[in-house]
Design a protein around this ligand. Structure first.
Ligand code: PMT
Length: 221
């Protein structure tokens, strides 16, 4: 690995799930373990970057030499992302952010009633990576796309809609890759390029992704 590829650069990475509370004991979340985002943080550090990891609740050790900011909800992840954005050259959004949160958080534990069907009301969360990409002084912005079908087309749609420089598409319907597994396989998509990285450990994959991101970042300057 070409050490120093990212020397002098500041890389911010979101990782893990968000948890959106319903009441004091329950929340809505997803199966993200944080492994992919933490592997990227390690690879970016090894490449010489100063890394800030904005992390949802995960059971992973903090990587050495990385500044970690722990958050719970999407709104907290957005605030943490924006608070530090002036210090950011490359923003990588690997977190699995809940698209919706409960409209209200009950003050006390919601009691079981007699009704068979219970309805939850949800409101849309802010889109963190799209907000970052819309900033006037925006960093080079990389998103992920977790898809279960028509992976590349949906990823291209998100690249354009969210105003990203690059998107990393993964098929999260396949066993053994994606959410919570130790391996992943991705296709890196830019406006005019597409590069597939076959299934390998998230650690190995992160090294390859950071190399590609560094290359594209440099040509964008
Ligand atoms: O954490 P692991 O267990 O290792 O699993 C890794 C992973 C599967 C979570 C990861 O590789 C991945 O795909 N991350 C993105 C998951 C996701 O929520 O994708 P999405 O297609 O729903 O979102 C698209 C992009 O918008 C993502 O960059 C996401 O971080 C971002 N987003 C989404 C919603 C929102 N409100 N704010 C956002 O910033």
């Amino acid at each position: 690995f070409d050490t120093g590829t990212l020397a002098g650069l500041r890389v911010h990475i979101t990782a893990g799930p968000t948890q959106e509370p319903l009441d004091p004991v329950r929340y809505i979340s997803n199966h993200s373990s944080g492994k992919m985002g933490y592997a990227l943080a390690q690879a970016a550090t090894d490449a010489g970057a100063a890394v800030t990891l904005i992390s949802g609740p995960v059971n992973l050790a903090q990587p050495d030499h990385v500044k970690r900011i722990s958050v719970t909800t999407a709104q907290e992840m957005l605030s943490a992302s924006l608070a530090n954005i002036d210090d950011c050259d490359i923003f990588i959004a690997c977190a699995a952010v809940a698209d919706y949160r409960p409209t209200a958080i009950a003050e006390h534990k919601i009691k079981k009633g007699n009704e068979e069907i219970m309805e939850l009301h949800l409101v849309k969360n802010p889109d963190i990576v799209a907000t970052v990409a819309s900033l006037e002084n925006k960093p080079f912005t990389v998103g992920f796309a977790a898809e279960t079908r028509d992976v590349i087309n949906y990823a291209r749609g998100k690249l354009a809609k969210k105003g990203l420089d690059m998107i990393v598409a993964n098929d999260v319907s396949q066993a053994g890759i994606g959410f919570n597994s130790d391996e992943n396989a991705v296709t890196l998509v830019t406006a005019n390029q597409q590069t597939s990285i076959p299934q390998t450990s998230k650690r190995q994959l992160a090294v390859q992704l950071i190399e590609q991101i560094a290359k594209h970042y440099k040509t964008s300057k």
